[in-house]
Design a protein around this ligand. Structure first.
Ligand code: AMP
Ligand code: MG
Length: 484
């Protein structure tokens, strides 16, 4: 069976100071069955012809491959603004790191693998619902060109687990360049493990930011790079209308990947103040707070670099955050309205459209997608139907058409740019919910269909047309449980 995973393991994290992990053997889930796999993630991992059974065996905790050295990582973090020293992988294990023939290194992390020393009051399990949600969201973000962890597969079981109701346990094989979180650095800094922190910083540069090693001050260059990647990731979230929901520092990846998917939401009707996590009663992680929370989290990380960088160095790197965010956000939003290189003056045009959308509650993705078919002569477009106040939209359109006349871009090129920038299909909460309801009955067809269509979010895919419709009444403003 082992030949399909012709992998070379090189478990570099396991060579870090041992305060950073505990070795734990996975506790298998019973009667494992493959729910879904990502064929392009399998390709990335150079897996050939995996059978459902082999995936179910190796990624349910039942069997280990030669070279795997499963471990639970120790980290801490700020949760909803408060420091929690007790965190760590409470239900996930790093099985090992593979190096592909292309010399790419991938962490294989099994989420839902059972109890660890960091499980606290938890049961070490992940439910089928949240495993499917993570699988679909991470694969969807990847195909939207947004930095994210990946997922190879979800395995279901018949093992009961208890959340608000009885559910069943599942596992997810998460694939990422690294599972290092801001929280790893916070752990070592706040517990005064200085040598280990220095080793971790050097390790991060060597493995994940090799370009920084060549700079005159590699640590400063590392910190700046993390600031930039974080700002860029959040600019992508804001542009596509993605609310993460739990932006705790233990859910922030040091390489700027979208990481740990809980009660996230892809925006339906545009509500800048959307709070998708119903336990977030103060709205700390509301959609429009995400950019500032990214910076708040980077401040927590900055503290952990304070033995190596001066106050001025840290502040100057943090001060770059706003500009990097703004520049990326403007570029992305510019493309969404067909402007290849947005300029500062476009901020008002874009801001006015967003205000109108917010006022009307226009559907975020459909409005941008439909704007591509604006007929400049007839002043018609499907986007117009998304607005209650069509006069206000018509007025906005006049300024837009005026602005477009300055752009050196043909009508066809404008449409092409917009259609590559505005997904037709997003993972609306209600779509995920329907797929999950079927999967909970043992029928995985809908999860697989949804995954297939989300692999090509910018394509027309007429056979899936109704997946781009507005959500039905029952599917609007769904409250997603953060228990997972
Ligand atoms: P999350 O909200 O998924 O980011 O998890 C926050 C922390 O709680 C992490 O340290 C998790 O490993 C831990 N955790 C979450 N759910 C469980 C569970 N069912 N059993 C054990 N630990 C858990
Ligand atoms: Mg987490």
């Amino acid at each position: 069976m082992q030949t399909i995973f012709d992998w070379t393991f090189d478990n570099s994290y396991a060579r870090l100071p041992d305060t950073l992990f505990s070795r734990v053997t996975p506790s298998p889930i019973s009667n494992p069955r493959l729910v879904i796999r990502s064929t392009d993630c399998a390709q990335l991992l150079e897996i050939s012809d995996s059978t459902d059974e082999s995936l179910a065996a190796y990624f349910s905790g039942e069997a280990l491959l030669d070279g795997m050295q499963p471990l639970a990582q120790k980290y801490t973090g700020h949760q909803f603004g408060a420091y929690n020293p007790e965190l760590g992988d409470g239900r996930g294990l790093l099985l090992g790191e593979i190096v592909t023939r292309n010399k790419q290194r991938w962490d294989l992390h099994l989420k839902g693998a059972g109890l660890t020393p960091y499980s606290r009051m938890g049961d070490g399990r992940a439910v089928l619902r949240s495993s499917i949600r993570e699988f679909l969201a991470s694969e969807a973000l990847f195909h939207l060109h947004i930095p994210t962890t990946r997922a190879l597969c979800v395995i279901s079981s018949d093992e009961p687990v208890y959340r608000e109701t009885q559910e069943t346990a599942a596992t997810l094989l998460r694939v990422a360049q690294t599972h290092l979180r801001f929280g790893h650095f916070e752990y070592l800094f706040h517990s005064n493990k200085k040598d280990a922190l220095r080793s971790l910083i050097d390790y991060t540069i060597e493995h994940h930011y090799p370009e920084c090693a060549k700079q005159s001050d590699p640590v400063q260059s590392l910190f700046r790079a993390v600031v930039h990647r974080t700002a860029t990731m959040i600019a992508h979230w804001q542009a596509v209308g993605f609310a993460h929901g739990v932006m705790n520092t233990d859910n922030f990846s040091i390489v700027g990947d979208t990481f740990d998917f809980g009660p996230y939401a892809f925006m339906d009707s545009f509500n800048p103040a959307l709070i998708c996590n119903h336990s977030d009663w103060q709205g700390r992680y509301a959609f429009n707070k995400q950019p500032q929370i990214g910076l708040w989290n980077l401040n927590c990380l900055a503290m952990t670099f304070s033995d190596y960088l001066s106050r001025e160095q840290l502040i100057s790197a943090l001060q770059e955050y706003d500009d990097v965010f703004h520049q990326h956000y403007m570029t992305l939003l510019g493309k969404k309205i067909g402007i290849a290189q947005a300029q500062e003056k476009d901020a008002e045009l874009i801001g006015n459209l967003l205000s109108l959308m917010a006022k009307t509650g226009a559907d975020y993705s459909r409005t941008f997608r439909f704007l591509a078919d604006l007929d400049v002569e007839k002043r018609t477009s499907r986007a117009r139907d998304e607005f209650n106040d069509v006069d206000a939209f018509d007025q906005w359109c006049e300024t837009y058409i005026d602005r477009m006349s300055d752009e050196d871009i043909s009508a066809d090129a404008r449409v092409a740019l917009m259609n590559q920038s505005n997904p037709k299909f997003i993972l609306r909460n209600y779509l995920a919910q329907q797929a999950i309801a079927d999967a909970e009955q043992g029928d995985y067809a809908e999860v697989r269909r949804l995954h297939t269509l989300l692999c090509h979010p910018f394509d027309e895919q007429p056979e899936f047309g109704h997946y781009a419709d507005l959500p039905p009444d029952w599917g609007r403003h769904m409250e997603i449980s953060c228990s997972s």
